[in-house]
Design a protein around this ligand. Structure first.
Ligand SMILES: *Cc1c(COP(=O)(O)O)cnc(C)c1O
Length: 468
């Protein structure tokens, strides 16, 4: 055992490659539970050091007992990407180079690559090219960043500077948000001082789409600074708000329109799905993820804001010890809450270069085809109902024929059975009056055969639960 860096890093590569090669055979769940691992691993802080290679070996031995195969082909639990090897390799380089991309002048390569990634993202998502993108940890922080920029703009327009003076005494800002918005938007509103409950909830349809007429009515009742939060890709159904109607309503009301499109915004990258997002380019800000559909390793999200001034005002910090900023400089840390941070743009650049526009389009389209295939397979089985319209990559399924309580019990039993069998991983959620099994197809490793094997496993679990 040794502290030789070359040997150490090579061992890490070997372990990583071996793990990734094993994923296709790997079961759909971790071998040991959190409680078991906690019990085994908890120990005193080491008084003396250990050589780095031994530490790596111990880490791998411990961790491999409790890894969820998120990077594998049959993980459908949540919308998660599979950390594509091209992104992992680029991410390793970021760590090895030890770059802190807070400022562009001390880390020119990483900042330049991030700026290229920004331009490519705006192109592939076809969003206004004058926008800036903050490379954040995920869509939650991206939502918070976008909403902070919105707060700056709508309050400055009302004669108040929230960045200097905070929110006490500020003109009230009304936030209008769909009834089926993702929890992270509410968390973002909480973080930026708006509160998660001080919102106007706008009615949605059976798929979770905001009703434009309800938004129009709600906007008609209010006045003053307002922010509308719409959604591309509802977490259970994959549904899209009607942007073509929402955008003009929001504009007419002088409000800021933010779109949470953590995964759904990627429909814009595929010609056959793009219509789902029609009009979304008319919004003011968009949050989306790199670590979901683009398969960038964790963690990576994008805060895309058209209004550069509001974006930078809400995020910039300055101190005499930090590099001087030119008026037109793109300063990576002035676009996200963090000052010091890893060069998240680098794995994004690598993924876009590896897949290309065509590869991303095919990936997204393939997942939507697979989701439909899964839905067709499952709904052919008696007692199984697919509850959502298959517009994207989400399948919401419910099991059993009894009342809502009986269906919930049956659905929970099927989910538990599927997880225990370990062929694939699925999760559950409340949806309308039902409890559903959620199937999210978003792993770059998934093949049609994986869908079929997983559908078989889910049907077998349901038959066991039913006792047939
Ligand atoms: C995943 C998701 C989020 C949160 O994104 P994180 O990357 O987990 O922070 C927000 N909105 C939607 C619709 C999502 O699917």
């Amino acid at each position: 055992m040794t502290n030789d860096p070359r040997r150490l890093l090579s061992r890490a590569v070997e372990h990583a490659a071996r793990y990734r090669a094993s994923l296709r055979e790997h079961s759909g769940r971790p071998a040991r539970s959190y409680a078991e691992l906690r019990e085994r691993l908890m120990g005193p802080l080491p008084e003396q050091g250990t050589d780095a290679e031994s530490v790596l070996e111990m880490l791998v031995a411990h961790a491999e007992e409790g890894l969820m195969p998120i990077a594998g082909p049959r993980f459908f639990g949540w919308v998660m990407g599979a950390s594509h090897p091209a992104g992992v390799a680029a991410d390793w380089m970021v760590s090895a180079w030890g770059q802190n991309v807070g400022y562009h002048t001390p880390t020119p390569a990483m900042a330049a690559i991030e700026e290229v990634a920004e331009a490519w993202l705006l192109e592939i998502l076809d969003l206004p090219r004058e926008s800036r993108i903050g490379f954040a940890t995920g869509a939650t922080v991206a939502n918070a960043t976008c909403l902070a920029a919105a707060r700056t703009r709508v309050l400055r327009d009302a004669g108040w500077d929230p960045d200097a003076d905070g929110l006490f005494g500020a003109p009230p800002v009304e936030v209008l948000i769909g009834a089926d918005a993702h929890s992270s938007v509410l968390s973002s509103l909480q973080i930026i001082g708006f509160g998660h409950s001080r919102v106007t909830r706008v009615e949605t349809d059976g798929q979770g789409r905001m009703l434009a007429a309800a938004l129009e009515t709600a906007l008609g009742k209010g006045a003053g600074p307002r922010i509308v939060v719409a959604q591309a890709g509802q977490i259970n159904t994959g549904a899209f708000d009607p942007f073509a109607e929402i955008v003009p309503l929001t504009k007419a009301a002088g409000a800021w329109l933010h779109v949470d499109g953590a995964f759904g915004l990627w429909a814009r990258a595929a010609a056959s799905l793009r219509h789902l997002t029609a009009g979304v380019e008319g919004a003011d800000s968009w949050a989306t993820d790199g670590h979901k559909w683009l398969q960038v390793p964790y963690d990576c999200g994008f805060a895309i804001v058209r209004d550069r001034e509001a974006h930078q005002r809400s995020m910039t910090q300055w101190s005499s010890y930090l590099p001087t900023i030119g008026a037109d400089d793109r300063v990576p840390s002035a676009l996200v809450p963090e000052l010091s941070r890893r060069a998240r743009g680098t794995p994004v650049w690598a993924m876009l270069k590896t897949l290309g526009r065509d590869g991303v389009a095919k990936l997204v389209e393939r997942h939507c085809v697979y989701a439909r295939r899964m839905a067709e397979r499952l709904s052919a089985e008696p007692g199984v109902r697919v509850l959502n319209e298959l517009v994207l990559n989400q399948v919401a399924v419910n099991f059993g024929d009894g009342d809502a309580a009986a269906r919930k019990a049956a659905t929970e039993a099927v989910i538990a059975r599927v997880q225990a069998d370990g062929v694939c991983f699925v999760g559950g959620a409340a949806w309308r009056d039902d409890w559903i099994m959620r199937i999210s197809v978003s792993s770059g490793e998934t093949t049609e055969a994986d869908i079929d094997v997983s559908a078989d496993a889910i049907i077998a679990a349901w038959r066991t639960v039913r006792g047939v």
